[in-house]
Design a protein around this ligand. Structure first.
Ligand code: CU
Length: 139
C-alpha cells in the first residue's frame, strides 16, 4: 500500500501538468546599474517563456525587445506598474519594468528562431551597457 501511495503522487502531478499545456521555460535575470546578468539568454521557439527580472540596482530598469515574432496572452507582454514611459518614443513589443528592489515577470511565446536584442529603455542606460541578446533556438 505504501509503495502505491508514493507512486501515485508523481503520476498525478504529471497528469495535472499535461492538462495545463507545455510547461513554461523559466528564465531569470538580474538588472543592476548598469548591466543585465546574464546578458545572454537562450530559449526554445514555440514554447511559453516565463521571464523574471530582479532589479538589484538603485535605479528603475526595464527589459525591452523592440521586435520579435511571438504569441502572447492578453496584456502579459507589457508589465510596468509604476513605470513612467511618458518620455519614451519607442514602442517595444516586449516591455517589462521593475522599480529598484523589486522584481517582475512577463510571459510570451517566441515563435521564430533567431537572435534578438534586449535592452533597458531608460534614457542613457542602453548606452551605459544595459543590453544583451535573447537567442531563440529552433525546437
Ligand atoms: Cu536601466
Amino acid at each position: 500500500m505504501r509503495i502505491l501511495k508514493f507512486g501515485a503522487l508523481p503520476a498525478l502531478a504529471l497528469i495535472l501538468g499535461a492538462c495545463a499545456g507545455p510547461a513554461p521555460q523559466e528564465v531569470s535575470l538580474t538588472a543592476v546599474d548598469m548591466a543585465f546578468h546574464p546578458d545572454a539568454l537562450e530559449v526554445t521557439a514555440g514554447r511559453p517563456v516565463r521571464l523574471t527580472m530582479v532589479n538589484e540596482g538603485a535605479l528603475d530598469h526595464d527589459f525591452s525587445i523592440l521586435e520579435m515574432p511571438m504569441e502572447t496572452t492578453g496584456a502579459t507582454a507589457v508589465a510596468m506598474p509604476g513605470h513612467d514611459m511618458g518620455a519614451m518614443t519607442l514602442d517595444p513589443q516586449l516591455h517589462m519594468a521593475a522599480t529598484t528592489g523589486m522584481s517582475n515577470t512577463i510571459e510570451f511565446t517566441p515563435t521564430k528562431p533567431g537572435t534578438y536584442e534586449f535592452f533597458c529603455t531608460v534614457p542613457g542606460h542602453k548606452e551605459a551597457g544595459m543590453l544583451g541578446t535573447l537567442v531563440v533556438k529552433a525546437p
